[in-house]
Write a protein that binds this ligand. Structure first.
Ligand SMILES: Cc1ncc(COP(=O)(O)O)c(C=O)c1O
Length: 444
């Protein structure tokens, strides 16, 4: 293929000329040109192999043969919209329903997570007759105008919080106002939501929905205290609103113990709407919104057709079904539990060994890893589910090397610290010429 033989610099130049600079590249200082993927590995134009730790979309592995084959076979026969009867769409809805509480029994198919969240917002507004939304701070729910409005992660940079949007603090027991030593952080954070609702109501506002990722990931992979979401759901429902669980990043067996992250709250906890995307198509644009009969009926009662040209087409559904098959046959959920426990144990040892954790990137070691969170100081692992114990061992060893190296650099910064104004040594800005120093100031 001609495109694959193009020199990296030429591709970069073409991209700079033809694409908007708002479409950012990973590692902008030295972007990687990836031309092939397999399992948990990506390969650049020189054939160099990278371990992919930032891909929760290639859920069951890049170019998984079963998924590729399913798309190919269906493409050979038919691809069209969902206005014709076809088995794939009903089979896929049926299979998804088996993973969810029985109340979530109506499915809408779409092409992206953003579309799923936007539709969730429409349904919530239709069902409740209310307009307003409560969201968690630093959240991101998609790139459509409606979703930028409910994504503090984005709208804070755009300088505008809409009057119908209300922001509650992140239930972060590590850095937030109520920490692990608080007697009941779940209740304390849920009361914050209650307070946000009351303040909105005092201004005459009415709540349509609470949107949250079941494990807020864009905000820095927060694990809310147990019981938080159940209490929030009570407050929201009392205000007449719906609970929307955004599982676009964190769902689909990724957390190991459960198929959906909201299930961490216990069997009795059932959101009113669940949105899914990213991983469910293993790279093919597939998304879904599941809700209850009651919520769906209110939407249907408008008489306005829900039509989505590509959503739920036979190829997308064949892909979705194949991803579910692979998850099952390769027992990837149990595998995620094993590898996750291994990583947790070994990273905990690193925590004990290294007093610093910061903005670490491993690209130079052929490991693709990213950071997230308000301070961009959370090291986020989201590899394909076939990521192995050996891969985990390799990452931990590299991380150990990097942290050791960083600690040495911190020690060599001591002389610079002494020069900072008395009384405010840690607030002084880092020397601008050396970006390494800035990274060190991201430490918490
Ligand atoms: C939590 C969450 N919700 C929604 C979206 C939007 O999904 P998409 O990019 O498929 O539109 C994203 C994308 O990053 C996301 O992380």
């Amino acid at each position: 293929m001609a495109a694959d033989t193009r020199a990296k610099a030429v591709t970069l130049d073409l991209r700079r000329r033809l694409l908007s600079s708002s479409c950012r590249l990973f590692f902008p200082e030295d972007p990687v040109k990836i031309i092939r993927g397999q399992g948990q590995y990506l390969y650049d134009e020189q054939g160099r192999e990278y371990l992919d730790c930032i891909n929760n979309v290639a859920h069951v592995g890049h170019c998984h043969p079963t998924v590729v084959q399913a798309a190919h076979e269906q493409n050979l026969v038919l691809n069209t919209n969902s206005r014709y009867l076809h088995d794939n769409i009903v089979d896929y809805a049926q299979r998804l329903s088996e993973t969810l509480p029985e109340q979530l029994s109506v499915f809408y198919f779409l092409n992206s997570g953003s579309e799923a969240n936007d539709l969730a917002l429409r349904l919530a507004r239709q069902y409740t007759g209310h307009q307003d939304v409560v969201v968690l701070d630093h959240a991101y729910h998609g790139h459509l105008s409606s979703l930028i409005d409910i994504s503090p992660y984005k709208f804070r940079n755009l300088g505008g919080q809409k009057e119908w949007v209300h922001v509650a603090p992140l239930p972060d027991t590590y850095r937030g106002p109520y920490r692990e030593d608080h007697p009941n952080p779940a209740e304390a954070y849920a009361n914050e939501v209650k307070h946000v609702i009351s303040s909105a109501q005092e201004k005459g506002r009415k709540i349509a929905a609470f949107f949250a990722e079941s494990l807020p990931s864009v905000s820095g992979q927060i694990i809310p205290p147990a019981g938080y979401f159940s209490q929030v759901a009570e407050h929201i429902r009392r205000a007449g609103g719906l609970f929307v669980a955004d599982e676009i990043q964190v769902g689909f067996g990724r957390i190991g113990k459960h198929f959906w992250a909201f299930q961490l709250e216990g069997e009795d906890f059932v959101p009113d709407i669940v949105t899914m995307g990213k991983s469910i198509g293993n790279g093919h644009p597939v998304a879904c919104m599941a809700t209850t009969q009651a919520v769906s009926r209110a939407f249907e009662a408008t008489g306005v057709e829900y039509f989505n040209t590509f959503g739920g087409n036979p190829v997308s559904c064949a892909v979705g079904l194949a991803v579910l098959d692979v998850l099952k046959t390769e027992q990837l959920q149990a595998h995620a539990t094993n590898v996750g426990s291994f990583l947790l144990e070994h990273l905990s040892q690193q925590k004990a060994k290294h007093p610093i954790i910061g903005d670490v990137r491993l690209k130079e070691n052929y490991i693709l890893l990213s950071t997230d969170g308000p301070g961009r100081n959370i090291l986020k692992f989201k590899p394909p589910m076939c990521f192995s114990v050996d891969n985990a061992q390799h990452v931990v060893a590299k991380l150990d090397d990097i942290l050791t190296d960083m600690e040495e650099k911190v020690r060599s910064c001591e002389t610079l610290r002494i020069k900072h104004p008395p009384g405010k040594p840690d607030l002084a800005p880092p020397p601008p010429a050396d970006p390494q120093h800035f990274n060190l100031y991201l430490l918490d």
